[in-house]
Design a protein around this ligand. Sequence first.
Ligand code: PLP
Length: 394
Amino acid sequence: MVSKEMLQLGTNPSAIRDLFEYGNKRKAEIGAENVFDFSIGNPSVPAPDCVKEAVQELLEGDAVALHSYTSAVGDMALRQKLADYVNDTQGTTLSAGNFYITVGAAASLTITLKALAEPEDEFIVFAPFFPEYRVFVEMTGSRLVVVQCDTKDFQIDLDAFEKAVTPNTKGVIVNSPNNPTGVVITADCIEQMCTILRNKQSEYGKEIFLIADEPYRELVYDDVNVPYLMNYYDNTIVCYSYSKSLSLPGERIGYIAVSDKAKDWKLVYASVCGAGRALGYVCAPSLFQKVISRCIGQTSDVNIYKKNRDLLYQALTEYGYRCIKPDGAFYLFVEALEEDAAAFAEKAKEYELLLVASDSFGTPGFVRISYCVSTEQIEAALPAFQKLAEAYHE
Ligand code: PLP
């Protein structure tokens, strides 16, 4: 009667959403201030002033033009500005014709995968990974191939990666800064991964695409540099979003950029347009296309996340938790204090701590803490983290 796969997806919410809903219920029961909700990646830092100013000014203007359809691929002037900005900051040679405006990174990814996927294709992801990758890849009929990162630094295990690339590999999704680890993949590691890919392309006589999922690009601390993958590998497609960098997750706005160095890039871009059309992702919200156009190059105040990271990292390691210090995004990936991360996350609930067990990220034994919350929430939660650790050490 209905699609079994879609029914299954619709009736089994993601572990993150599930915990988020539990948190809302629990907050209604005992008061929001008594629940330490670290479940979801909803930015806690407000959007920069340019967003509000742009919205206010735009609302004063011509309402018909403001709310009209733009072209299916997004407003031409916006796409040109994006090309200029990326060229200025990354030294690329892109034009408006390389950009497709989307409703956030999720749409950027689903469009890109749909544009590339053919029967029998495989897409490689590095675990731990954003759990929706599985849904997005399998939705195209392709196979998700998981390569574990080295858990000592969460960089790519290059030997395991090389073994995982097969004649069926169509693409590799790279997410740096990473959700859930916060790790930025080093330029050296990226270079070696790209060399492997180029060799495999020659060996198999086919293109393999790098899909750079970059919603956290600007969320980095201590001047860490995030390598721009188009500068390392020609067959690259960037999936970008303003959900995190401008704190606009509910507005649903982002873009796809197809490298002008990709083989037959105009055909790849045309296929992106086709996939956008097939999925109904044409003409992203007109108001926010115009807002973005006025805010290019701006970000929310990243220092607040850095303060949260430092506070949480220092306190948790003092209490005996183990995790690597992340360079970006707003997540800590902490070793669970028992083998079963789901059992540990359940135990944490007894202290009103909502932590996401790592199983759905593809790497068991950890929990993800989203520290995009108020600094006050972190301060208030520290005694609970300490008691939780003590309960295991006793
Ligand atoms: N990719 C990663 C790694 C994410 O963490 C998220 C959201 O948290 C997305 C994609 C989806 O982002 P968007 O809200 O822009 O669709």
